[in-house]
Design a protein around this ligand. Structure first.
Ligand code: UFG
Length: 327
């Protein structure tokens, strides 16, 4: 298939592009390289472009004429979204609408969308399934809820089908350490822990120790980026086989606390890096664990790397190889 991938030079997008290439698909990556990297595109062709440039987007899509689109391009930091909400509504909502308008005009009808567990806010249920009411507690989560609503309404008209994957905590890297997280400012727990072990960061702060969880720190469902990547390909095959539009959680179904992750990171790296207990970070729900039974049932997804130690090992291998200068 010919697949147009927005944000394909970013962390998650680049792992999906790699897998699409390995499985013989033809890929065109459309990325403005604001946080993505040319070196991360291991398959297909890269076009540097912005989703706000509607003319260029339309020309590129018309010429490439893809069978399907995967849409990763977005701003993704919860804290930043609280400080800069308009940036998030523009990048995530308006740009998605630009893309969707162009796709409907060109009659491109298969779409895989990067959504997030942040759409649930701070759910009481654990694990959460897709019927849990959406109640985001930050602008980032709200932008994803809004685009999910747009997708639902477009699909209801016919000729357009989509799967929105709600990602939980994506971590780890390519097993051969060719690609991985390469943000100048790391915000994610595992990446920060490893950068602390590497000495790039002085200490790791634990944000909040008084949550109603097993040890007082937040609990998350960490999923290896390559398992997440395979879910995208399966979701696309599901649509091609006439599957109905749907929203599917993507996680392993069990959680680890911040302290669990720190212990595992120390064991993998062999470094007893400095850790400091700190106050809560605004916008953090106590616990987010996925019920992914729908994804498994509808697409046959069967994860291969459900092992926190392995996730951290791949991230560590990448982190040791990564050059901050190339972030
Ligand atoms: N944390 C720390 N210290 C740090 C960094 C993080 O204690 O230096 C804690 C956070 O407070 C949180 C947990 O580690 O409790 C995980 O934090 P991350 O920043 O790694 O991830 P989040 O759970 O905040 O968010 C991630 C994605 C979101 C997505 C969400 C869904 O970044 O886009 O997972 O589960 F919505």
């Amino acid at each position: 298939m010919k697949i147009f991938v927005t944000g394909g030079a970013g962390y998650i997008g680049s792992h999906v592009v790699k897998l699409l290439g390995e499985q013989g698909h033809n890929v065109l990556v459309y990325d403005n390289l604001s946080t993505g990297h040319e070196w991360a595109v291991l398959a297909g062709r890269l076009v540097k472009g912005d989703l706000s440039d509607r003319q260029f987007l339309r020309d590129t899509l018309k010429e490439y004429a893809p069978d399907a689109v995967m849409h990763f391009a977005a701003s993704i930091q919860v804290e930043e979204s609280v400080r800069e909400p308009l940036l998030y509504y523009r990048n995530n909502v308006i740009n998605s609408i630009n893309l969707l308008e162009t796709l409907t005009e060109l009659k491109i009808g298969y779409f895989i969308y990067s959504s997030t567990a942040a759409t649930y806010g701070a759910p009481e249920a654990s694990p959460v399934d897709e019927d849990t009411p959406l109640a985001p507690i930050n602008p980032y989560g709200m932008t994803k809820v809004m685009v999910e609503a747009v997708l639902r309404d477009i699909a209801a008209k016919g000729d357009f089908r989509y799967v929105a994957l709600r990602y939980f905590n994506v971590a780890g890297a390519d097993r051969e350490a060719r690609i991985g997280q390469a943000y100048r400012e790391a915000t994610h727990l595992i990446t920060r822990a490893l950068r602390t072990a590497k000495g790039e960061q002085e200490k790791l702060l634990v944000f909040g120790t008084d949550y109603p969880t097993v040890d007082g720190t937040c609990v998350r469902d960490y999923i290896h980026v390559e398992d997440l990547a395979s879910a995208h390909l399966l979701a696309l095959m599901y649509l091609r086989e006439k599957g109905a539009s749907d929203v599917m959680n993507c996680g392993y179904g069990h959680g680890f606390s911040v302290l669990d992750v720190i212990r595992a990171a120390k064991a993998v790296t062999g470094v007893d890096f400095p850790v400091e207990l700190a106050g809560r970070r605004p916008g953090d729900p106590p616990e987010l664990v996925a019920d992914s039974s729908k994804l498994k049932r509808l697409t046959g997804w069967s994860p291969l790397y459900d092992d926190l130690g392995f996730i951290i090992e791949t991230a560590w291998k990448w982190e040791k190889k990564r050059s901050a200068a190339k972030d």
